[in-house]
Design a protein around this ligand. Structure first.
Ligand SMILES: Cc1cc2nc3c(=O)[nH]c(=O)nc-3n(C[C@H](O)[C@H](O)[C@H](O)COP(=O)(O)OP(=O)(O)OC[C@H]3O[C@@H](n4cnc5c(N)ncnc54)[C@H](O)[C@@H]3O)c2cc1C
Ligand SMILES: *[C@@H]1O[C@H](CO)[C@@H](O)[C@H](O)[C@H]1NC(C)=O
Ligand SMILES: *[C@@H]1O[C@H](CO)[C@@H](O)[C@H](O)[C@H]1NC(C)=O
Ligand SMILES: *[C@@H]1O[C@H](CO)[C@@H](O)[C@H](O)[C@H]1NC(C)=O
Ligand SMILES: *[C@@H]1O[C@H](CO)[C@@H](O)[C@H](O)[C@H]1NC(C)=O
Ligand SMILES: *[C@@H]1O[C@H](CO)[C@@H](O)[C@H](O)[C@H]1NC(C)=O
Ligand SMILES: *[C@@H]1O[C@H](CO)[C@@H](O)[C@H](O)[C@H]1NC(C)=O
Ligand SMILES: *[C@@H]1O[C@H](CO)[C@@H](O)[C@H](O)[C@H]1NC(C)=O
Ligand SMILES: *[C@@H]1O[C@H](CO)[C@@H](O)[C@H](O)[C@H]1NC(C)=O
Ligand SMILES: *[C@@H]1O[C@H](CO)[C@@H](O)[C@H](O)[C@H]1NC(C)=O
Ligand SMILES: *[C@@H]1O[C@H](CO)[C@@H](O)[C@H](O)[C@H]1NC(C)=O
Ligand SMILES: *[C@@H]1O[C@H](CO)[C@@H](O)[C@H](O)[C@H]1NC(C)=O
Ligand SMILES: *[C@@H]1O[C@H](CO)[C@@H](O)[C@H](O)[C@H]1NC(C)=O
Length: 771
């Protein structure tokens, strides 16, 4: 036995801030694990637990996975986060199979094989040409002699370890092995990583398929008769209350159509009945979703119920959709954003009346604090010093939407009176005042119900109406506004989209039987054509900057008391604004002759820092550089066997000229640093070139959450929806959300999405009813 373990805490080289576990779905089996991919060795570690006990001890098992490039000879973990007095589990590939071992060390010598855990390798484990993957059930694994883990913990810190040196005898689980060559820790809310017993038991037995479906099919011994209430038919059913859905619902109800808006999530802002509050806001009616300064805490709060748990990228599943959890950066669209060169049909290019209508209902502001003052402006001043010598001009960005070359200005938002405003505070309120409008929350639409091309209504999970069915009036229409991932999934589940996706639906025990016969499937490129802004963070320090403690405490315990008191008293001060302080744009030439635009967003604080040097964290700030209009890279999104939404082909920097352009933009920003006295770039630092930094950038962190295009508008044969946003080969099914947008606009997209919805509502109303 030669396992020597590192016991001391190594100096923290690399990331200053550890990774945090997030949920992901294994496409091979639909298991929704929580875990991380260690970005140095590219090893994924994931775990999912059975339900917490309602009384007595918790179950002592979990399902785990390790997915590793072959270059790592073995990998292991300790869920307790400690290498001594802990259950250690390690695994490696041998002859196409996974060999694993359980070990235990009481000191820094020779840990023995530890009997007790009962490990079953599950069928979706494999070794392929590049990777090995181990999926396993670990029973009797959450406690051991001298220790245990708390599976309800919201703040566990497990450890991983990796080695580039093979074990001595790979065929022998009891082999000797030398100490791992690297290890690390991460944050993990074990308490979140539980699924229902029926789902867990299915996976633990080697079954596949998703949590959502298995949960709903769990057997209950109920004697209640099925509901016989039939829902009232309406003219329009709108699915999803994001920016697209709310604006469409308001305009259609304004035209006296009967409108039912179905939203799977619950309330958000205080005005809508939301109650989720930071402790320092108790006693007010201000929720997490109301307070602009809490934006950064959306990503660090362990109780993050607002994200769609069945989509692997960030998507808001609550009233207001992404609009209730986003940074609310709000840019009025430019003419070019709706040009034919941007992929819009000619009929869409006259956007100005609709953009004006939007502006009238929801004016942008770049000074959201109710006292009109600007706070925490140091980053604005420093970045302006960087930009001015490079020929940038200071403008009020939304006063000149078409001017996007070498300009900068204050970040603009759709906050109102120092609170989150957006469509929820405006359009939704006028709709709610109408008798012909109804909003229904907590209702998940599974699919549209159709007879060939004619949609008759939608199938929901609502158990209070017969068959969960919501019908349309004769001549009625369904409008999907469930977002880029959500609307695509509803189409797949309705038998509309590429055959590979519909086949996954067919394999699902709940969704499969609800599909129309395959003779009625409609083959459209749903999920293709997606884009998202590739974004790369540069991190700096400057002596004048206040990083606001990296926003770490704003939710709990709270911002500095004076800032909290000021915000509660008058919705003014630092908390009345999200983190960004300055935005800039520049046109960039490229080797392929296509102009691309670079957007910069500057904010106090940083999400991660990679440097060997000491730096003053209270002075740090970030410039996120995005590539926007003009990018050519496209990806594909879809669903997996569990029917969870996920990217299938990443859309970032696939096109070489996209990549070289973004690198040129980053180099230009970095090149200006020397012009600003006291400014230092700490990520990448001066030991790393911009090229190397971009090449090693974790692709998933290039995600800007600006997904568009999965139900692209365009010509028959190439697109999903036609010029009126109607799904091809249907009579009365429409999509109005970010998914129809053909190319990314200049800026963060929800301003464009809202103008688009204004125009879509007008086009739909103008379209004669054909049945
Ligand atoms: C973290 C984050 C930050 C962002 N920051 C910005 C920013 O600062 N500025 C900006 O312009 N854009 C930003 N965006 C993007 C912006 O929020 C989206 O482009 C916008 O919300 C898209 O609107 P939508 O109507 O297409 O869909 P969504 O906002 O995604 O809304 C879809 C709605 O449909 C509901 N739904 C989904 N499926 C179903 C179903 N089956 N049944 C019933 N309801 C369903 C969802 O719960 C949700 O409410 C951000 C996005 C994220 C995630
Ligand atoms: C991890 O992935 C990156 C990017 O794909 C690659 O450059 C790197 O070589 C990989 N590292 C290992 C250990 O496989
Ligand atoms: C569980 O593991 C412990 C050692 O941690 C061992 O003593 C016990 O026998 C095991 N129980 C079962 C049921 O395998
Ligand atoms: C090998 O397995 C890895 C990890 O699951 C996967 O990403 C990769 O696509 C697989 N390669 C092939 C050729 O299937
Ligand atoms: C809607 O109905 C109201 C009341 O019947 C009427 O005053 C109004 O003109 C109608 N609006 C439209 C657009 O038809
Ligand atoms: C929220 O509280 C403020 C101050 O108490 C009050 O003016 C406002 O009407 C309340 N809003 C709602 C929606 O209850
Ligand atoms: C930018 O312009 C605004 C007015 O539009 C002005 O208040 C501000 O001081 C200017 N900032 C700089 C750095 O020039
Ligand atoms: C329907 O789904 C929503 C969102 O997933 C959930 O909140 C609601 O409880 C579900 N309704 C039923 C009856 O299961
Ligand atoms: C489906 O539509 C066809 C005509 O397109 C009609 O003949 C048939 O009766 C419809 N079926 C149902 C169940 O409504
Ligand atoms: C830090 O130092 C190591 C060893 O000298 C080097 O390989 C690495 O590139 C440096 N830079 C960063 C950002 O870690
Ligand atoms: C870090 O920066 C802050 C603010 O500029 C300053 O007060 C503090 O002294 C600095 N700390 C160190 C260790 O330099
Ligand atoms: C790199 O940066 C560090 C700290 O920011 C500084 O101490 C060092 O002198 C720099 N090295 C070079 C070659 O510029
Ligand atoms: C969307 O993607 C499909 C499949 O790649 C392609 O055939 C089609 O032309 C694209 N449509 C548009 C409008 O770009």
């Amino acid at each position: 036995m030669l396992l020597r373990l590192s016991l001391g805490v190594l100096p923290f080289v690399g990331s200053a801030l550890a990774q945090a576990a997030a949920q992901f779905t294994d496409p091979d089996n639909g298991i929704t694990f929580w875990g991380i991919t260690d970005v140095v060795h590219n090893v994924t570690y994931g775990y999912v637990f059975p339900p917490l006990a309602t009384s007595g001890p918790n179950p002592n098992e979990y399902i785990g996975t390790i997915v590793s490039p072959l270059v790592n000879q073995w990998n292991g973990f300790a869920l307790s986060g400690s290498m001594i007095d802990s259950l250690l589990i390690a695994a490696w590939p041998n002859n196409g199979k996974i060999v694993f071992t359980t070990r235990y060390a009481t000191s820094n010598v020779l840990p023995d094989v530890y009997p007790g855990p009962v490990i079953t390798t599950l069928p979706t484990s494999y070794v392929n040409a590049t990777h090995w993957k181990w999926v396993f059930r670990c029973q009797n694994c959450t406690s051991w002699t001298g220790g245990s883990i708390d599976v309800s913990s919201q703040a566990a810190v497990p450890a991983w370890c990796s080695s580039t040196i093979a074990v001595d005898d790979p065929a022998d689980p009891g082999t000797s092995m030398v100490q791992h060559t690297d290890f690390g820790f991460y944050f993990f809310p074990f308490g979140e990583a539980h699924v229902s017993a029926s789902v867990y038991n299915n996976w633990a037995a080697g079954g596949t398929g998703g949590g959502t479906t298995t949960t709903t099919s769990s057997t209950t011994t109920t004697t209640t008769a099925p509901p016989t209430r039939t829902a009232t038919p309406v003219d329009y059913i709108i699915v999803g209350s994001g920016p697209g859905g709310i604006i469409t619902a308001d305009r259609l109800s304004q035209a006296n159509k009967s409108v039912l808006l179905l939203e799977r999530g619950g309330p958000s802002t205080g005005q809508t009945g939301g109650t989720y509050q930071a402790p320092w806001l108790v006693g007010t009616n201000l929720t997490k979703f109301d307070v602009p300064g809490l934006f950064e805490s959306m990503f660090t709060d362990p109780n993050d119920f607002w994200w769609c748990k069945d989509i692997t990228v960030f998507a808001g599943c609550l009233l207001g959709g992404g609009g209730s959890v986003n940074g609310a950066l709000y840019w009025l669209p430019a003419d070019q954003d709706f040009a034919t060169t941007a992929g819009w049909p000619q009929e869409w290019t006259n956007h100005q009346p609709y953009t004006n209508a939007l502006k009238a209902r929801l004016p942008p502001t770049d000074a959201p604090s109710t006292d009109g003052k600007r706070y925490l402006e140091q980053v604005f001043d420093v970045v302006a010093q960087l930009l001015i010598p490079q020929g940038f001009r200071n403008v009020t960005i939304n006063n000149v939407p078409d001017d996007k070359d070498h300009i900068y200005g204050y970040s603009a938002y759709d906050f109102i009176k120092g609170k989150r405003g957006g469509p929820v505070a405006t359009y939704l309120q006028t709709a709610l005042a109408r008798k012909n409008f109804k909003l229904q929350l907590n209702t998940n639409v599974w699919n549209v119900v159709r007879n060939g091309s004619q949609i008759t209504g939608v199938k929901t999970n609502d158990t209070t109406v017969k068959d969960g069915f919501y019908p349309l009036n004769p001549g009625g229409r369904v409008i999907l506004s469930a977002g880029t991932y959500g609307s695509a999934r509803i189409l797949f589940r309705s038998g509309i989209g590429p055959t590979d996706m519909i086949n996954l639906v067919q394999g699902d025990p709940v969704a499969g039987p609800l599909l129309p016969p395959s003779s009625q499937w409609i083959n459209l490129p749903v999920g293709y054509n997606v884009s998202d802004n590739p974004s790369i963070n540069l991190v700096f320090t400057h002596p004048s900057v206040n990083s606001y403690d990296n926003w770490a405490d704003v939710f709990t315990p709270g911002p500095p008391p004076a800032d909290a008191a000021q915000y509660i008293a008058s919705q003014s001060g630092i908390m009345a604004q999200a983190s960004p302080r300055l935005n800039f744009w520049q046109a960039m030439g490229a080797t392929d002759g296509v102009t691309r635009w670079l957007q910069g967003t500057a904010r106090p604080g940083a999400a991660s820092v990679t440097t060997n040097y000491t730096y003053n964290a209270t002075q740090m700030f970030t410039i996120t550089a995005y590539l926007s209009s003009g990018i050519k890279s496209r990806g594909r999104i879809g669903i997996n066997a569990a029917l969870n939404g996920l990217p299938l082909v990443n859309p970032w920097l696939v096109d070489p000229a996209d990549k070289s352009t973004l690198i040129a933009g980053l180099k230009q920003i970095a090149g200006g640093v020397s012009l600003v006295p006291g400014m230092t770039m700490i990520t990448p630092d001066n030991t790393t070139t911009i090229d190397a930094y971009v090449n090693s950038y974790d692709p998933s962190t290039m995600d800007s959450n600006h997904w568009v295009g999965s139900n692209i508008i365009g010509p028959a044969g190439q697109a999903v929806v036609d010029v009126n946003t109607k799904v091809y080969n249907t009579n009365n099914l429409f999509v109005v959300d970010a998914s129809i947008v053909p190319t990314l606009p200049f800026g963060n997209p929800h301003g464009l999405v809202m103008s688009m919805a204004e125009q879509a509502a007008a086009k739909i109303l103008a379209l004669p009813v054909t049945n």
